[in-house]
Design a protein. Sequence first.
Length: 68
Amino acid sequence: MAAVTVSPKYQVVIPKQVREAAGIAIGDAVEVMLVEGRIELVPVRPAVELRGLVKEAKNRFKREGGRP
């Protein structure tokens, strides 16, 4: 775990090892969330990258009219 210091402008630098592990590059967006008293940074990924994420999932819902 790496510690960072908050600047007078409330900015922090994400350590290189964390950026590389998370795949964060210059210009990428990250979502900042407060979760149970801690701050989490989550990379925002384009929807295209989510394609195939649930490839193995089966649709077991029935449509209106009873069709599968």
